[in-house]
Write a protein that binds this ligand. Structure first.
Ligand SMILES: C[S@@+](CC[C@H](N)C(=O)[O-])C[C@H]1O[C@@H](n2cnc3c(N)ncnc32)[C@H](O)[C@@H]1O
Length: 252
């Protein structure tokens, strides 16, 4: 999946859920002052910003295949080392970092085992590799209501539930296949308030990720049908959407 969208569109669509996830993933990976850490699939920087806050810019490196997101990191964090690259081919030497992290990325990797293997290679022996992916396969992801409604209207819709890492236990299997040790699974959760239905819906029209691409491919009538059906299921007053992510940690 390529993300050829503006950083601001990503922030509004997914950043609203990934920003509150970042400190939890960083806490669980034991990220603290003095470490050098790599953010793999950094996007426009939800986790990068948290790492900069904990470690300082000079101790943070980041990669993403999206040109727009790499440009956003350069603008937002000029002192972070950022490269345009995929997890499967990290442009760093062996054991360059104390930890390598991938927040909401493994399910988009062409080869998750190769990507995690590369993350292990660039992490010092005994250092932490950490990743998390939304529970897209259950009904507790931040996009679950959207995909369930889309499927109700179009039974053959291709949602994100088939992707690697979206089922409980998937990530641990991938970590094992990638040669990581002392693997542990944890569940993370976020709760995000949406002031109105429109605040929730409008970012789906910005073309971000598989859900945005799906909406962009609908004709206006079907898009409106989907919007209305979603609206019927959400309260008119401000509402809180809670979502969970599967997180896994291992040692290189
Ligand atoms: C859902 S976003 C997550 C961004 C950010 N980590 C966050 O938590 O908001 C997925 C990101 O993975 C990147 N990505 C897709 N395929 C990748 C790959 N093979 N290696 C590394 N990053 C990849 C995308 O460009 C995108 O920025």
């Amino acid at each position: 999946m390529s993300f050829t969208v503006a950083a601001d569109a990503y922030d509004r669509f997914m950043g609203r859920y990934s920003v509150p996830l970042a400190p939890q993933l960083a806490d669980l990976a034991g990220i603290s002052s003095g470490q050098h850490v790599l953010d793999v699939g950094c996007g426009p920087g939800a986790l990068t910003a948290e790492l900069v806050r904990r470690l300082g810019s000079a101790a943070v490196s980041a990669v993403d295949p999206s040109e727009q997101f790499v440009a956003a990191i350069r603008e937002r964090h000029p002192e972070v080392t950022v490269r345009r690259a995929s997890a499967e081919e990290l442009p760093f030497p062996n054991e360059a970092f104390d930890a390598a992290m991938a927040q909401l990325v493994v399910h988009f990797m062409e080869s998750p085992v190769a990507g995690l293997g590369e993350m292990a290679r660039v992490t010092r022996q005994g250092g932490v590799v950490a990743a998390c992916v939304w529970d897209h396969a259950g009904s507790h992801g931040p996009l679950s209501l959207f995909w369930e409604t889309a499927r109700e209207l179009d039974p053959v819709v291709e949602d994100e539930s088939h992707l690697a890492g979206t089922r409980e236990g998937d990530l641990a299997e991938l970590f094992q296949a990638a040669g990581l040790h002392e693997i542990e699974d944890i569940t993370l959760s976020v709760s995000v308030e949406h002031p109105t239905f429109e605040d929730w819906w409008e970012p789906f029209t910005l073309g971000v990720g598989p859900a945005g691409a799906y909406v962009a491919g609908l004709d206006p009538e079907r898009r409106e049908q989907l919007r209305e059906r979603c609206q019927e299921q959400l309260p008119a007053r401000p509402f809180v959407l809670s979502a969970r992510a599967w997180a896994t940690f291992g040692r290189a």
